[in-house]
Design a protein around this ligand. Structure first.
Ligand SMILES: Nc1ncnc2c1ncn2[C@@H]1O[C@H](COP(=O)(O)OP(=O)(O)OP(=O)(O)O)[C@@H](O)[C@H]1O
Ligand SMILES: [Mg+2]
Length: 467
């Protein structure tokens, strides 16, 4: 299974943390831990195979209150590493009807994610080539319609075809290659968009065929009867406008260049070697031993998790998946339980412990604007679509952060998610009034934030309403 190059990025821990810093504020310890785990996996892959098998991954237990970035860090990490990633709630396995094998489903899910990832990458890799080939195929067909003599190399003989104007001498001087190049350019310019050409589509069921069911084709006004002049039995020929034919041809060309089996093989390897499984709400299945039904079931889930985290083989439709080197990141708030309430064997399999800190008012202030996809930016862009330019003065944002902190302190602490609810409330009216209210520029000052959010915040703190 080795020898396949894994496209995992060779980022150093320092670089990984720097990348995570772009979207996540604070939480240095957690960022460092995941960065080390990722790099260590890469380090392991550099070892000779005999030694490689000895190195076990250092699975992580993230401990921290809700809404402080646990899931976000794991998700960003996976994206960074272009690693297959799945997030599962551990509590899902305690639900009624749970049977032991269900725990393995997360590994199968990871494999399916890996397949999609590899498919996308492969299609991307051959895209230019496929597009080029598709364009060529379409150009050849158009050329065949325009000037069959040139395509088939027959000499034009006006005597054969009385009443038709012979081809202009200048035009016939255009050779095959030149004509093809001209038509390609014309296609790219959209000149031939509506021209009908016939394309051959394999009768074998393929993802493409599933999408374009006969019914779908009919709806699109495509002549299903077709007219395949060569009478081939394995492909059907269809008359479609060039603009519809092009993506179809491109897909056919891409398929020709990618093999299914190689996708599955690579995907399994990717899942095994770079996969990340995020086990959320692990604290909810932590429970001291003994007691009644549900507790037993929780402990049962922990026991079922052991072999998967430790390393076992899970069958999947893409092939068996070894779980030895999948990185597991378990996370939980551990309010009602402690990490030491997990069964010892499970604790032992999550050796890297990181605590995430509660976010401060200063963190909130930064979260509002600093991350690349910051909330303020998101709302600004959404409203811009409807012609509203929304601006916030610095002290307006200070006030939002301050109020978020107040509400978290005096009601439920939901971390950075509080910022979402605050901004949603603040912009509620504007979001509703746009686009009729626009186009215009709306500036929020500290006074306005207080005016809109003040009463809501006070009511929430007096627990009259929720925010
Ligand atoms: N440190 C942070 N920096 C930037 N954004 C953050 C940070 N922490 C949380 N957020 C934002 O708050 C939201 C919730 O964060 P996240 O999903 O990571 O919470 P969590 O720690 O996993 O909480 P839970 O225990 O409830 O699952 C996300 O949309 C994220 O953008
Ligand atoms: Mg979470």
């Amino acid at each position: 299974m080795s020898g396949m190059s894994l496209p995992i990025e060779e980022l150093t821990p320092t670089q990984i943390v720097a990348e995570l810093d772009r979207t996540i504020v604070g939480q240095k310890a957690a960022k460092r831990a995941v960065a080390v785990a990722l790099r260590s996996r890469w380090r392991r892959q550099q070892l000779p195979e005999s030694e490689r098998l000895e190195v076990m991954p250092k699975n992580i237990l993230m401990i921290g209150p809700t809404g402080v970035g646990k899931t976000e860090i794991a998700r960003r990490l996976a994206r960074l590493a272009r690693a297959p990633f799945v997030k599962v709630e551990a509590t899902k396995f305690t639900e009624v009807g749970y049977v032991g094998r269900d725990v393995e489903s997360m590994v199968r899910e990871l494999a399916a994610v890996a397949v999609r990832l590899v498919e996308q990458e492969k299609a991307e890799a051959v895209r230019e080539e496929s597009r080029d080939a598709a364009l060529n195929a379409a150009a050849q067909m158009i050329l065949g319609q325009e000037r069959p003599n040139l395509v088939y190399g027959w000499q034009w003989n006006p005597a054969d075809d009385e009443g038709q104007t012979p081809v202009e001498p200048e035009e016939s001087e255009e050779g095959y290659e030149e004509a093809l190049a001209r038509i390609r350019t014309e296609i790219e310019q959209g000149i031939h968009d509506e021209r009908m050409i016939s394309i051959d589509v394999e009768e074998q069921s393929s993802p493409f065929m599933q999408v374009f069911t006969p019914q779908g084709m009919e709806e699109m006004g495509i002549d299903m009867a077709g007219n395949n002049p060569f009478g081939g039995s394995r492909t059907v020929s269809r008359e479609v406008p060039v603009k519809i034919a092009l993506p179809v041809l491109e897909e056919t060309e891409a398929k020709r260049r990618i093999s299914r089996t190689s996708i599955y093989r690579e995907a399994v390897e990717r899942a095994e070697q770079t996969g990340i499984i995020f086990l959320d709400e692990i604290d909810k299945i932590a429970m001291r031993s003994g007691g009644s039904g549900p507790e037993v079931s929780r402990e049962g889930v922990q026991r079922d998790l052991l072999p998967i985290i430790e390393g076992s083989v899970v069958p999947s439709k893409f092939g068996p998946i070894r779980t030895d080197h999948i990185l597991f990141i378990a996370a939980g708030a551990f309010h009602e339980s402690k990490p030491s309430d997990l069964i010892p064997e499970l604790q032992g399999r999550l050796p890297v412990r990181v605590e995430l800190e509660s976010l401060s008012e200063a963190d909130f202030r930064r979260i509002l604007t600093e991350p690349e996809n910051s909330l303020v930016r998101q709302y600004t862009q959404l409203l811009r679509v409807d012609g509203i330019e929304v601006r916030f003065s610095d002290d307006a944002l200070d006030e939002v952060a301050h109020m978020a902190e107040e509400v978290n302190k005096n009601t439920e602490n939901i971390g950075a998610r509080r910022l979402h609810t605050m901004l949603e409330r603040l912009l509620e009216d504007l979001m509703f009034a746009a686009p009729e209210a626009g186009p215009k520029t709306v500036e929020f000052t500290c006074a306005e934030v207080r005016e809109v959010l003040g009463p809501i915040v006070r009511n929430a703190i007096k627990s009259k309403t929720i925010l």
